[in-house]
Design a protein around this ligand. Sequence first.
Ligand SMILES: CC(C)(COP(=O)(O)OP(=O)(O)OC[C@H]1O[C@@H](n2cnc3c(N)ncnc32)[C@H](O)[C@@H]1OP(=O)(O)O)[C@@H](O)C(=O)NCCC(=O)NCCSC(=O)c1cc(O)c2ccccc2c1O
Length: 332
Amino acid sequence: MDQNMNMIVRRRMACVANHLMPAGQQNSCISVSNCSSPMDDSYRRTHGDVPSHEPAWRTVNDVESGKEFTDIIYEKAVGEGIAKITINRPDRRNAFRPQTVKELMRAFNDARDDITIGAIIFTGKGTQAFCSGGDQTFRGKNGYADYDNFGRLNVLDLQVQIRRLPKPVIAMVAGYAVGGGHVLHMVCDLTIAAENAVFGQTGPKVGSFDAGYGASIMSRLVGPKRAREMWYLSKFYTASEAEKMGLVNIVVPLEKLEQETLKWCREILRNSPTAIRVSKSAINAADDGHAGLQALAGDATLMFYGTEEGNEGRSSYLQHQKPDFSKFPRLP
Ligand SMILES: CC(C)(COP(=O)(O)OP(=O)(O)OC[C@H]1O[C@@H](n2cnc3c(N)ncnc32)[C@H](O)[C@@H]1OP(=O)(O)O)[C@@H](O)C(=O)NCCC(=O)NCCSC(=O)c1cc(O)c2ccccc2c1O
């Protein structure tokens, strides 16, 4: 066996051994990219490597106003199914105010509705922060208020939107992902972190807490003991600590962050969109209760409408005829 083959076999065995270990005991130093990239299986030979070119980004305006967004940048990669949504308040470490959240929701909604988009990157402008949570200068007695005389906690709606969005949302994190910004990366499907990323909750330090997804999804990701630690102590964690805790998928050098994130997006885009859509709703289903079941069940209906059996019912109804369901097998 030549040296190259030897290495491939050792990596494959390490991956398999790691996969068979009980959850929580896996060797976290074997990163997914190390597992998948050097493989020389038939799929890889057929499909080749994931392209690594820089995409041409096209800026998308706010559909509601027809003008440029003020607090975010919304882009789509020309000819590829990738959207990128960037919080653009770097001087405040990308803290969000209600306007930021409203713009984010409109961009995510557009990316959901655009059937050419299959993966959405969510990030922050610059290298110092992904997002530092709610902008405390806008915080009042009943939430965050900018252009209104009343407060709101509209980031909670954004969290739900990302969780239910039937396409993968990938958090691309450089610098701080703290407070409400930490919750935002946790609700994303995947997190790709730069080596300079810093993770943590800050709420208890500034008189706040997120007792919704900020607690429940975190507890699922890192386990209840760690979740308590993160909230009670409000410590910060390095990217490599976060990777070991299961908070992030991979850590890469800062200069490779976007390249790696695009690679993951392109890898996803090579796969079946329906399989990915149903995987997302299935992974969320049990934790999300009725809302989770509804998303998964909606996927089943969506697919059923495309079948002959589904169409038999619809067309018979429209033609005022009895449907003939006898021609469809009652499968075991
Ligand atoms: C993120 C930091 C650790 C970065 O520290 P660093 O030293 O690098 O930078 P500075 O601290 O000097 O920051 C530069 C500049 O930005 C301002 N800034 C940073 N973050 C915020 C912020 N969140 N709000 C307002 N302003 C911010 C900072 O003041 C500086 O400005 P100057 O004018 O002074 O130069 C560090 O910045 C930091 O710890 N930031 C605060 C993090 C934080 O506590 N966030 C809020 C947590 S609460 C929250 O996010 C939240 C929001 C919600 O909407 C909720 C809804 C429902 C339930 C719960 C919610 C919730 O908890």
